[in-house]
Design a protein around this ligand. Structure first.
Ligand code: KG4
Length: 338
């Protein structure tokens, strides 16, 4: 029996989870509301909140899993990419915990973990996992990538954003409309009441499978500036239509490239991961692609879309099987993909 404690602290969610032989036993997440009033994550405040949350969150994860710490086989932690101060809290905690229990330490790449969230089993009989090779659209607040997943250990990034991520496009445009932070879920909600064809925003022309979202953000900003010059209530009057049109544009940009990759590589098994995979329009678009192009789609449970330690624990589980442990000298990394 292999029992892994996962620790996630890369941004503003402190999370701990326990996975036993690939099956989820607990997944506890503490969100940080302290950032809402600033319209974005303040790294210094995030680190302090992680420091407050980490011990209670781990305690709850072990308790909900119904296991004693002595039953753990290893501790897996997110080493990067993410906010350095936040990562330091999880990394240091993981080292101390593993050291005290005399068990191995496993470093996990946050992005690989988002993809491997699809391999978390709800129970021992759960066989609903993607088959290799599959394509994964990884869309979060910091990343937008198309990944060819050849095995749990082998992934090729064939396309990624050259500037902003899809989640950033949602959040920054929402901020311009005064919708608070994070804006993605608010845009999603308002979009359901609006007309997605009400407004048209320009789409980028980028080679290959790469993405770009900074142009959309700028064109959205200029569009609003021009309309507000003649009608100060323009946003208020058109909020739902603006959200629906913006959401449609972001989804079109994402799906056009993904569809091209699927066609070129003759892959019909397609997954989505990351915070933006909670978006109802994107989920619908995946279903439409399934019906129209015969894709077999994999959409994560909502609790595995945003940052969570279950995905870190499942990645740790697979690394444990391969004996991929790390030493106590491992330090977090903010950006580099490994
Ligand atoms: O994966 P995640 O929790 O954090 C990162 O590692 O980046 O993703 C957070 C991002 C934010 O940009 C947030 O606005 C976006 O995911 N998001 C959504 C929705 N829920 C979360 N974007 C659009 N629609 C949603 N329902």
């Amino acid at each position: 029996m292999i029992t892994i404690l996962g620790i996630e602290s890369s941004c503003d969610d402190t999370s701990a989870a326990v996975i036993r032989d690939g099956v989820i036993l607990s997944n506890v997440i503490a969100n940080q509301s302290v950032h809402e009033r600033y319209g974005g994550v303040i790294p210094e405040l995030a680190s302090r909140a992680h420091q407050q949350n980490i011990i209670p969150v781990v305690h709850d994860a072990l308790q909900q899993a119904g296991i004693a710490r002595e039953e753990l086989s290893a501790v897996a932690f997110t080493r990067g990419p993410g906010l350095l101060g936040s990562l330091l809290v999880g990394t240091s905690f993981a080292k101390g915990f593993a050291s005290a229990l005399h068990i191995p330490l496993i470093e996990v790449n946050h992005l690989q973990a988002h993809v491997l969230a699809h391999f978390i089993k709800e129970d021992a009989e759960d066989l609903n996992q993607p088959r290799f090779p599959f394509l994964c659209l990884l869309v979060s607040g910091g990343n937008s990538q198309i990944i060819v997943v050849k095995s749990v250990y082998e992934m090729d990034i064939i396309g990624q954003t050259i500037d902003d991520a899809a989640g950033e496009a949602f959040d920054k445009c929402a901020k311009v409309m005064g919708l608070g932070y994070p804006g993605g879920p608010v845009v999603d909600k308002l979009a359901s009441q609006g007309n997605a064809d009400a407004f048209t925003f320009s789409k980028p022309h980028i080679a290959g499978y790469d993405y770009s979202f900074s142009g959309l953000k700028t064109s959205f900003l200029y569009f609003l500036r021009d309309r507000l010059a003649t009608d100060p209530d323009f946003i208020e009057k058109n909020k739902a239509d603006l959200c629906a049109s913006l959401q449609k544009t972001i989804i079109d940009i994402l799906m056009n490239k993904l569809r091209r990759a699927a066609n070129d590589l003759h892959i019909k098994e397609v997954a989505v991961a990351g915070g933006v995979s909670a978006n109802s329009g994107l989920r619908r678009s995946f279903e439409e692609h399934r019906d129209r192009y015969g894709w077999k789609i994999h959409i994560p449970k909502f609790s595995y879309t945003t940052d969570n330690a279950a995905m870190v624990a499942i990645t740790g589980y697979y690394k444990y099987l391969k004996g991929e442990f790390c030493g106590y000298e491992a330090t977090p990394y903010a950006r580099v993909y490994r």
